[in-house]
Design a protein around this ligand. Structure first.
Ligand code: NAP
Length: 494
């Protein structure tokens, strides 16, 4: 059991104790933030090209230490090794791409000055100071690695509160950042529960990057609003997948299985709803069920498992409750639908359901497990309308030979993948990802992901003459001259 002095981390493979970590007492959070602030004062003056070297080295170190990272992630989350490997790939590529892009994105930019020639205006991007990051357990390595990389590249320090279930993975990231050459104090990990450490963190940092549930995101956003500090929230989803009549059905079925069951369905951008055109519905279901029947469910540190354990008893309880509720209200189970304690305490079969109705919990609530609801639709318009009929708007997937981008543009989601489930947008690190609606505010990755950790500062230098009436001209003469001048400027669209 965890106490208020230690977190006891259990391995979901067999519920054995994996390790114990001292908890940061809330009263020590301000000191950690102070240390970060002192380190940041020097770091902000390090040229971004030099900061970027740390992340080039990190990109390499993540691959060098691949197996240790995989073992640690699996021990804390129970996920399959292949799912853990997604984190390694993502963290390494993100670090490398962000290192390459940051110097250009952060560069000072000359802007049109107030008066041509006389005013020289330059926009700079200044770091915010100390960025707080709060992370969930489902991607304990790549999320903090990539969010921290952008915050640090922008010249900030980072104080990370990892999920209580996954402190060891966060500490391993800290070790790798140190090995990559990140100066002391710039990246600190504070293990402990969100309820205990959250208030002290929000009270001291200059920006909060939160990933987790919409409910917690709301709480933290309003706490940040109180302090007038920035907040970015990557929150929940109920992501749709659309299969159009012209789709490659075998590819769509295989893609659905990857998107719905990777990471045992505990993926914020994973697919929980499939809308399939009636012309291909039967063929799609046949292909889908064949794919699902080939999945290997289980636990273990080898590569033989496709779908790993759920992360905790809490996850298992939610998944079981959603499926039982749906079945009791008339849903049809086409595959799975059962816990598998014979394989691992939190294992649950990859599950496919149809005949879902509005009164079922899983119709609109995020299940966050290996459960896919399949709906037959009459037209593309119906598919789009039903995909958009959600308070969330995180990710979507469209399968079509010819009309993918056109349909994608009509879907209300921060990312839309055409002929892929989620990996195409997620892995395109130079482009932003994040949620519309109740799926979040702000973006990670790309220029948006980096610049949110900065504050723009405009420096304008006025030369030769002030922007004021010259002494000899008087107010009226000045107004006349400026009216003419502004007409001219507007005319040349300056
Ligand atoms: P959660 O309960 O919101 O927890 C996430 C993090 O917030 C944990 O570190 C937790 O700490 C902390 N926390 C909880 N209450 C807090 C509070 N009052 N103050 C400060 N911190 C607090 O989320 P979850 O249900 O475990 O995680 C799954 C959710 O994350 C899903 O909804 C999923 O969609 C979402 N998610 C979204 C993305 C995305 O990119 N959009 C990515 C991954 C996951 P402790 O648990 O240690 O107390």
């Amino acid at each position: 059991m965890s106490s208020n002095r230690h977190l006891v981390v259990r391995c979901p493979f067999d519920d054995s104790v994996y390790g114990t970590v001292p908890v940061t007492p809330p009263e020590q959070v301000p000191a950690a933030i102070d240390r970060a602030r002192q380190a940041q004062a020097a770091w902000q003056n390090v040229p971004v090209t030099v900061r970027a070297r740390v992340f080039r080295r990190l990109a390499r170190l993540v691959l060098d230490h691949r197996d240790r990272i995989l073992d640690t992630i699996q021990s804390e989350t129970g996920k399959a090794r292949l799912s853990a490997f997604e984190e390694v790939m993502d963290a390494s590529r993100a670090a490398r791409v962000f290192a390459a892009e940051a110097p250009g994105q952060l560069r000072a930019r000359r802007r049109r000055g107030a008066i041509p020639v006389l005013t020289r205006a330059v926009e700079h991007n200044r770091p915010l100071g100390v960025v707080g990051i709060i992370n969930p357990w489902n991607y304990p390595f790549n999320l903090p690695a990539s969010d921290s990389a952008q915050a640090l590249l922008a010249g900030n320090a980072v104080v990370l509160k990892p999920d209580s279930q996954t402190p060891f993975t966060a500490l391993l990231l800290a070790e790798l950042l140190a090995e990559a050459g990140l100066p002391d104090g710039l990246f600190q990990v504070l293990p402990g529960s969100g309820a205990d450490l959250g208030p002290a963190l929000v009270a001291g940092v200059d920006f909060l990057m939160f990933t987790g549930s919409t409910a917690t995101g709301r709480l933290l956003a309003s706490a940040c609003a109180d302090r007038l500090i920035g907040f970015s929230g990557e929150l929940g989803g109920k992501n749709p997948l659309l299969v159009l009549a012209d789709a490659d059905i075998a590819a769509a079925a295989a893609g659905t299985v990857r998107a719905a069951f990777a990471n045992t369905g505990q993926v914020c951008v994973g697919i929980e709803r499939a809308y399939v055109h009636r012309a291909v519905y039967e063929e799609y279901l046949t292909e889908l069920l064949a794919e699902v029947s080939g999945l290997r469910l289980g636990v273990g540190y080898d590569w033989k498992v496709d779908v790993g354990s759920l992360a905790s008893a809490r996850q298992l309880a939610t998944v079981s409750a959603h499926v039982m509720d749906a079945v009791s209200k008339g849903a049809t189970v086409l595959a799975g639908g059962r816990a598998r304690p014979d394989l691992g305490p939190y294992c649950y079969e990859p599950t496919v359901l149809t005949d879902i109705t509005e009164e079922m919990l899983l119709c609109r609530e995020e299940t966050f497990g290996p459960v896919l609801a399949v709906y037959r639709v009459e037209s593309d318009d119906e598919a789009v309308a039903r995909a958009n009929d959600s308070r969330y708007g995180l990710n979507a997937s469209v399968w079509s030979a010819r009309r993918g981008p056109e349909i994608a543009a009509r879907v209300r989601a921060g990312t839309v993948n055409v002929n892929e489930g989620y990996a195409a947008t997620w892995g395109s690190h130079a482009a932003p990802i994040g949620g519309m609606g109740e799926s979040g505010v702000g973006r990670r990755h790309g220029g948006h992901g980096l610049l949110k950790y900065t504050e723009p500062q405009t420096i304008a230098v006025q030369r030769l003459h002030p922007i004021a009436p010259p002494a000899k001209v008087g107010n009226e003469g000045y107004a006349k001259a400026m009216t003419l001048g502004i007409r001219l400027l507007n005319g040349v669209s300056w």
